[in-house]
Write a protein that binds this ligand. Structure first.
Ligand code: ZN
Length: 318
């Protein structure tokens, strides 16, 4: 199994201010832990290519895309606030295009069999970005763009997006419900989105759903390993088996870790390994093993590095 990691040093340069938890040290923590674990010798590493601007409209309105491009600061001391807690500096647009481009590269590398699966170690994250607006540290929805790209370019009939970040993937849900039907007339039954999240919690505006295409799985703040695994086993796995995805995308956020102050949920690296193993088994049964995983949250640097290593070991099957 050849697993690839796609990233770019310029994704580390996007900066939302001193002490902001979504910062470039996250990517350094991941690469340091990959080296410490010896995995850097096992995986193939790729530099991300920036996304072609025209592909962003697979998931976002042209008006919002123009708003981001036209307001991107060009001077080092300037900032622009795209939405609630999504701030651009002069390096942000480059990072945004590389972050979304990595997910596209992941699709191409998996579809041409260069890789069995790919992990995009990039930022900014994307799953809070809705079709008309950015929010929650996110600008463009990397995973939704890549899922639509995989459907269009490779004629995949069914793609699943699963999101185990501790925050609900409101952006991905919004795009699937409101944008994909308009741009893709054959999308009925084309997407399945499974999201687990602490609730009540940011972004708050969530409707519980166990009906495809949306499987929303709320987790109590007291959730530990056993409750998490039970919820995934009860709600996600049967829905995924029934759906039979031809490719699985993962919004891989690691902020439900017990050491991560961003939430109260108490997962460990072992849980990220477990859920990766379960998703990999489904990908092998239905999707020729194809998985493209994209980094979302995860703010405790030590826990993030160890959790990503556990996730990649799961993708490899070590
Ligand atoms: Zn999160």
């Amino acid at each position: 199994m050849t697993v690839g990691i796609i990233g770019h040093y310029r994704c580390g340069e996007h900066d939302m201010g001193e002490h902001h938890p979504e910062n470039g040290k996250r990517l350094t923590a991941i690469s340091d832990q990959l080296i410490r674990s010896g995995l850097d010798y096992v995986v193939r590493q790729f530099d991300a290519n920036p996304i072609d601007k025209s592909l962003i409209s697979l998931a976002h309105t042209q008006e919002y895309i123009n708003f981001v491009f036209n307001n991107a600061p060009t001077e080092d001391d300037k900032n622009f606030c795209v939405g609630e807690d999504s701030l651009m500096n002069s390096k942000t647009l480059t990072a945004i295009l590389l972050s979304a481009g990595a997910a596209i590269d992941g699709v191409d590398l998996v579809m041409d069999n260069t890789l069995s699966s790919a992990f995009c170690a990039t930022r900014p994250p994307g799953h809070h970005a809705e079709h008309k607006k950015g929010m929650g540290f996110c600008f463009f929805n990397n995973v939704a763009i890549a899922a639509a790209y995989a459907r269009g370019k490779y004629q995949l009939k069914r793609v699943a997006i699963v999101d185990f970040d501790v925050h609900h993937g409101n952006g991905t849900e919004d795009i699937i419900k409101n944008h994909f039907p308009r741009v893709d007339n054959t999308s009925n039954g084309a997407y399945l989105f499974c999201s687990s999240y602490q609730y009540p919690f940011y972004p708050f505006n969530i409707e519980e759903s166990n009906t495809p295409p949306i499987i929303n799985t709320p987790l109590a703040a007291t959730t530990k390993s056993e409750d998490f695994r039970k919820a995934i086993t009860e709600y996600w796995l049967p829905a995924l088996h029934k759906f039979k995805p031809e490719m699985i995308f993962i919004s891989a956020g690691f902020d439900a870790h017990i050491e991560d102050d961003m939430s109260q949920v108490s997962l460990t690296e072992a849980d990220y390994r477990w859920v990766t193993d379960e998703l990999k088994a489904i990908a092998q049964e239905h999707a020729q093993g194809r998985i493209v995983s994209v980094l979302e949250g995860g703010y405790n640097l030590g826990a993030l590095g160890r959790s990503v290593v556990a996730h990649i070991n799961g993708l490899i099957g070590n």
